[in-house]
Ligand binder design. Structure first.
Ligand code: NAD
Length: 464
């Protein structure tokens, strides 16, 4: 696999191995981008910016054709995605199809231009201008989707891009870069691969005007600090510890399956997955039983096997961390159903349902980002709201009830960027998504996401 720099595919001097997490075997190698190659990519993006920013119709067409390239190559891309990321093939196909849909949606967005009436005298218009070179930095859970969420709006708004996938999942993105090579004009989109240090070089690079980052809170803070030195714009999409609150009138039998799936989608490796479930005390035993039964029915396996429900955790570091949190939960007196390393090669953990945990157990208080879910009883709804809001996370939440209005009202008291009622993980291209508190700065998607790739420019023309 090669990088895309200044319209050319570049092998790079060195390389690093990428593992298949279901097998713990080497799947392929990715180029290790040198500093000089990064400089070349940024310089190419800077020089392409002048022409690219001029004509939005060209940009729309490039996004439409990029979507078509994704759709035409969906099977091969999805297969590679499953092999490097671990998710079941059907889900990988959905990620590729969803990415094409996002490109198609974004291609038709208008960059708004507003006029202010100043006593009928002056003509004042408010424009949104592109920023220049955007550094896009991507995590390993949805490598293609999170990349497209940056590429599409950044390019439509008239910016150029240097994108870096995670070192755990660079291959599908590099393959995509190869497909886009002859669609996107030279220098407009550059894709480089490498480790964390490459990300730091990008955020510190003087040629970059904006950093669009998705990843952990700890790295997000480093990105914010590096960007501040140069007053680069940032969008930070970071971790969550997303609560689901089940109200006393909700029917456990009817909703347990939906709750479970929203917690264990992609083996729990979703920023907005349900990470803790609060249920009324009198329903606690019933929910625990339902969840344990659903967990027991899940088939763990290689994502390429047709009957796999849950794939592996993506990488050793995350695998060890999830097992550590489960171990801590046991030490804190919790009852854990499942949660063992599966008896096979690969980073497989049996889905874990944890009960009887104190609120300060790490599995409750931290983002697990893996197949382990704590179930917590609450006394009354105020108690649930207070505990859901405790801590510095603020990504998403959901409220489940027979009374949708009441659920939405409770949602308005939750400190987070997205609240779903009787559903979770309903992410749409039209709808902004972002975190409060340590879960992020800014939003992605919809018109609001597009505007994050612009600065405002006011043009005032005096009366004749
Ligand atoms: P991570 O922070 O370890 O890495 C993310 C990316 O940042 C990688 O490409 C990495 O190489 C790069 N990086 C590492 N150090 C850097 C530095 N100092 N400067 C610049 N770049 C650097 O995150 P991860 O483990 O890949 O991803 C998991 C996390 O991502 C979870 O916390 C998850 O919740 C979060 N996430 C958030 C969203 C969202 O939209 N809010 C979506 C997906 C994942």
């Amino acid at each position: 696999m090669k990088m895309l720099i200044d319209g050319e595919l570049v092998a790079g001097a060195g390389g690093f191995d990428v593992l298949n997490p279901a097998e713990e075997t080497v799947l392929g190698t990715a180029p290790e981008c040198s500093r000089a190659e990064l400089d070349r990519a940024v310089a190419a993006a800077q020089s392409a910016f002048g022409d690219w920013r001029r004509d939005i119709e060209t940009r729309r067409e490039v996004l439409r054709r990029s979507a078509a390239a994704l759709r035409d190559n969906a099977d091969a891309l999805a297969r590679l995605l499953t092999q490097e990321q671990g998710k079941p093939l059907a889900k990988a196909k959905r990620e590729i199809g969803g990415s094409a849909r996002w490109l198609e949606y974004t291609a038709e967005l208008e960059v708004p231009k507003e006029t202010i009436d100043v006593d009928g005298q002056e003509s004042v218009t408010v424009h949104r201008r592109p920023l220049g070179v955007v550094a896009a930095i991507i995590p390993w859970n949805y490598p293609v989707m999170t990349a497209v969420w940056k590429i599409a709006p950044a390019l439509l708004a008239g910016n150029t891009v240097v994108l870096k996938p995670s070192p755990f999942t660079p291959l599908t993105t590099l393959k995509l870069a190869g497909l886009l090579k002859d669609i996107v004009p030279r220098g407009v989109l550059n894709v480089v691969s490498g480790g964390d240090e490459l990300g730091a070089w990008m955020t510190g690079h003087p040629g970059v005007r904006k950093v669009a980052f998705t990843g952990s809170i700890a790295t997000g803070k480093s990105v914010a600090m590096a960007a501040a030195a140069d007053l680069k714009r940032v969008t930070l999409e970071l971790g969550g510890n997303d609560p689901a609150i089940v109200l006393p009138d909700a029917d456990p039998g009817a909703i347990a399956d939906n709750l479970f799936r929203a917690a264990f989608e992609n083996s729990g490796q979703v920023c907005v997955a349900i990470k803790r479930v609060y249920v009324p005390e009198h329903r606690y035993a019933q929910f625990a039983k339902e969840f344990v039964s659903i967990a027991g029915s899940m088939k763990l396996g290689d994502g390429l096997e047709a009957d796999t429900d849950l794939g592996p955790v993506n990488n050793r570091r995350q695998f060890d961390r999830v097992l550590e949190l489960i171990g801590d939960a046991r030490e804190r007196g919790g009852s854990i159903a499942g949660g063992e390393r599966a008896g096979r090669r690969g980073y497989f953990i049996e889905p874990a349902i944890a009960t009887d945990l104190p609120d300060d157990a790490r599995l409750v208080a931290e983002e697990q980002f893996g197949p382990a879910l704590p179930l917590l009883p609450y006394r009354d709804v105020d108690d649930a709201i207070e505990r859901a809001n405790a801590g510095m996370f603020g990504l998403s939440a959901s409220v489940w009830s027979a009374d949708r209005r009441r659920a939405a009202e409770i949602g308005s008291e939750l400190e987070c960027g997205m609240v779903w009622v009787n559903q979770h993980l309903n992410i749409l291209p039209q709808v902004p998504m972002g975190g409060w508190k340590w879960s992020g700065i800014g939003v992605e998607n919809g018109l609001w996401g597009l505007l994050q790739f612009t600065d405002m420019q006011v043009v005032e023309v005096p009366p004749p």
